[in-house]
Design a protein around this ligand. Structure first.
Ligand code: SF4
Length: 367
């Protein structure tokens, strides 16, 4: 790519970003990074881990809660893991929360509470992969790292009409981003491309007439930018089945237990449920309940995990609290929100309980 073309793209993007950047709680305004006023790497790291597989709007309240409760990495390192899991509950992909704790422990104990300031150094941290290390290096430390997430893949595959299907195109897109990124403002550049992808260059109906890159965009010239990025066909996810048993006490409390410390949703809370099996004849009826009761079928919920889709038959029974295993517990409606319940288990409980408790689990958003 010619030097001139590179700087025309970078200048157009940065000019647009200076005027139209999104205000985000973990972000410093444009130019601050280049002026050596560094953003807080703790906040950038925390936001980037939260934003993996999750939207900005979903992350905002969690980010506010975390920085209020644990304002720096040392505070997070001394926090009990159970408290972190509870604060994370609902954000999904819970291994991220466990890695968050491991990473905070490592930085506090082995690095004196200081984040590494290079992409290579950041890669050594637990839970920090190639994307996240590049993002923190660029945004927090203004290192010329190519930051490529889904938004960036979309913008660059359209800008240069990349015909290789994703994920095979990742290397090519990474090279294009490396070619274009300006070494004086790499942090702002990374955030500019992310913002463009999130606000104008959307998956469907991109707002090309408002785009600072419209004169250079090859996909727009072709006439159908939505054709990009080209994606390889995804294989269908296998289906697993199971049953969940929501036992409700006279005061509305719900019986919970803790999942094993390893494996999917490790250490999270749940109502008792069966194994999740790919077999169609697996035991998912009321006869699989952990104890006798007037189990009534409530409904079947679906939840999509990374590698499979779960269909969970939900049963409910009104119970008294006798002869329960010692490490199970009753959670009152007003304490349910603070339990470390993964989304799939919230869905299961919501399917079985009265509307009042439902509102406690999923409170209405303020206007
Ligand atoms: S012109 Fe349209 S397709 Fe091309 S980068 Fe801009 S918004 Fe995306």
């Amino acid at each position: 790519m010619a030097q001139n073309q590179r700087s025309v793209i970078a200048d157009a993007l940065l000019g647009w970003y200076d005027a139209h950047h999104r205000e985000l709680p973990w972000r410093v305004p444009p130019h601050q990074i280049a002026r050596a006023v560094q953003p807080d790497p703790y906040r950038i790291w925390l936001s980037e881990i939260m934003l993996q597989q999750t939207t900005v709007e979903a992350v905002k309240p969690y980010f506010a809660k975390f920085v209020a409760q644990w304002p720096d990495v040392t505070a997070l390192a001394v926090a009990p893991e159970d408290d972190i899991m509870k604060a994370w509950a609902g954000l999904g992909y819970y291994s991220r929360a466990r890695n968050l704790k491991k990473c905070a422990d490592f930085i506090a104990a082995d690095l004196g509470g200081i984040f590494p300031d290079t992409e290579e150094g950041l890669r050594t941290l637990p839970g920090v992969g190639p994307y996240t290390s590049a993002a923190i290096a660029a945004i927090a430390f203004n290192r010329p790292a190519a930051v490529v997430d889904g938004n960036v893949e979309r913008v660059f595959s359209r800008l240069f009409t990349v015909t290789t299907p994703l994920p095979a195109a990742k290397k090519e897109i990474h090279r294009l981003v490396s070619d274009v990124l300006p070494h004086d403002r790499p942090g702002d550049f990374a955030q500019a491309v992310m913002d463009l992808g999130a606000t104008l260059c959307s998956p469907r109906r991109p707002k090309c007439m408002l785009c600072p890159l419209k004169e250079m965009c090859l996909a727009l010239k072709e006439g159908e930018p939505e054709l990009y990025p080209i994606k390889a066909a995804k294989p269908e996810k296998p289906v697993r089945r199971g049953a969940a048993f929501v036992a409700v006490r006279h005061d509305g409390a719900i019986l919970l237990r803790k999942r094993p410390g390893r494996g999917l949703l490790a250490g999270m809370s749940e109502p008792p449920n069966t194994d999740w099996t790919a077999r169609q004849d697996g035991e998912t009826s009321a006869t699989a309940a952990p104890f006798e009761g007037d189990w009534q079928y409530a409904s079947t919920i679906k939840h999509v995990f990374t590698h499979f889709e779960l269909r969970l038959d939900v049963f409910r029974a009104d119970c008294v609290d006798e002869n329960m295993p010692q490490d199970w517990w009753w959670s009152l409606p007003e304490t349910l929100l603070s339990e470390a319940l993964p989304s799939v288990m919230k869905k299961a409980i919501e399917a079985a309980i009265p509307a009042a408790t439902k509102r406690l689990l999923s409170p209405a958003k303020p206007n």
